[in-house]
Ligand binder design. Structure first.
Ligand SMILES: [Zn+2]
Length: 197
């Protein structure tokens, strides 16, 4: 195969869910498109890596030090909702049932994959939860094994602090990631959260 083709296919194959066949199909498709389209795609990807950063406060995607949510003074500063990944924030925001702040852990505790509490933004969460204005920490982690054990770990750490600890309702099917849940179910899960103190 000629070099530019080979190189593009090799790079695409590094993405999740893309094997040799899919990579070839995508590349051949791109070659039939208007070159301007392909250039726009490539510019978008470059902007993505150059401009998208993580919020210094909550870990959400951001184009500056503070994400849009942390920078918005109309958000309820008394509540922090804990999620594992930034796209969970996007998903929960789409329910329009929540007006508080978020905290992105950056993953879940997982001994098999060698992810320990120190690898996650847990200390930052505890620091934020100690602030006087914070009254409630809402756990919205996936109801699968790692999500459950991470929630249990957080409850233990948060209990000595003066905050209410709640968890979004367990109407969520086991093993489903927040990302793939429909808005209505997720919205209900938010409203029916239970107390863990
Ligand atoms: Zn933020």
């Amino acid at each position: 195969m000629i070099e530019p083709l080979d190189r593009a296919i090799t790079e695409l194959k590094k993405l999740p869910g893309i094997g040799q066949k899919t990579a070839e199909r995508l590349i051949f498709h791109l070659l039939t498109r208007d070159p301007e389209d392909v250039r726009r795609l490539s510019d978008a990807l470059i902007d993505l890596v150059e401009e998208v950063d993580r919020c210094k406060i909550c870990g959400n995607f951001s184009t500056g030090d503070k994400c849009e949510i942390c920078a918005d003074s109309r958000r309820n500063q008394e509540k922090i909702c804990v999620v594992s990944r930034p796209w969970d924030v996007t998903k929960l925001e789409s329910t329009q049932k929540y007006d508080g702040l978020y905290h992105v852990l950056g993953g879940l505790i997982n001994p098999i994959e060698d992810v320990s509490p120190e690898d996650l933004a847990i200390d930052d969460l505890l620091e934020r939860a100690k602030k006087e204005e914070v009254r409630e920490v809402i756990l919205a982690l996936e109801p699968k094994t790692e999500g459950e054990s991470t929630s249990m770990f957080l409850v233990k750490k948060l209990r000595p602090l003066d905050v209410e600890i709640t968890q979004i309702a367990q109407g969520i099917p086991v093993g489903r990631e927040l990302e793939f849940m429909d808005k209505a179910t997720l919205g209900k899960a938010f409203e029916g959260r239970r107390d863990l103190n």
